[in-house]
Ligand binder design. Structure first.
Ligand SMILES: Nc1ncnc2c1ncn2[C@@H]1O[C@H](COP(=O)(O)OP(=O)(O)OP(=O)(O)O)[C@@H](O)[C@H]1O
Length: 197
């Protein structure tokens, strides 16, 4: 479960949140929706401890997000960003970089589920379209042994059919807590809970 209580965030003179409270239940898909600039990505960055609010509490699986706990909290999370820039050439190298117990079979299964051919695993990221790269990275995130998966604008580069594949894959992630940020109506409708900002 992820809990925000009385969170206040601003960037210089720009106030993003004055008193934000919500929770994302364990084992469900919660979608953060709202217009561009409302603060969806900032919430995902705060959960990871990359952006720190001025006020308020954030709890991840009961652990308070503070400098002492940030490492333990990050070890529970997988994050698929909106703009993907990877320091490796392809999926195989990404597995080596992550260096964790990661099932290549599960990655392949997720890649197939998302309508991509299995050669995407070895194909250079530079030769992939934005939508292909985004789906491969999401396939990795869902294969990682992490309880919580954060997806920032997961449908941004996807066509309608690919969105359907992704919705089905995410719906099948029993036990994982998924928090996404999106303004795609089809995606929002597929979530268990919606937080409108
Ligand atoms: N590092 C930063 N420095 C200054 N302002 C920032 C920074 N990050 C975000 N902001 C501002 O905070 C507000 C919220 O941005 P954020 O990216 O969280 O919105 P969003 O809802 O995810 O938008 P989008 O749907 O366009 O991705 C915006 O006004 C943005 O300009």
């Amino acid at each position: 479960m992820i809990e925000f209580e009385g969170v206040c965030l601003s960037f210089g003179a720009v106030s993003v949140f004055e008193d934000l409270s919500f929770h994302a239940d364990a084992g469900l898909h919660t979608c953060l929706s709202g217009l561009s600039g409302k603060g969806k990505s900032s919430i995902l960055k705060m959960v990871q401890g990359f952006v720190v609010p001025e006020k308020g509490d954030i709890l991840v699986d009961g652990l308070e997000l503070n400098p002492e706990n940030v490492k333990a909290i990050r070890s529970k999370l997988a994050f698929a960003p909106q703009n993907i820039n990877l320091p490796v050439k392809n999926g195989k190298e990404l597995v080596e970089l992550i260096g964790e117990d990661l099932s290549e079979d599960l990655i392949m299964r997720n890649i197939g589920f998302l309508g991509l051919s299995s050669d995407m695993f070895n194909r250079s990221f530079d030769e992939m379209s934005g939508g292909q790269k985004q789906r491969v990275v999401i396939a990795f995130c869902l294969a990682l042994p992490r309880q919580i998966v954060l997806l920032d604008e997961p449908t941004a580069s996807l066509d309608d059919e690919s969105i359907d594949h992704l919705i089905r894959l995410v719906a099948g992630q029993k036990g994982k807590t998924i928090v996404s940020a999106s303004h795609n109506q089809k995606w929002i409708n597929s979530a268990d809970e919606v937080i409108t900002l």
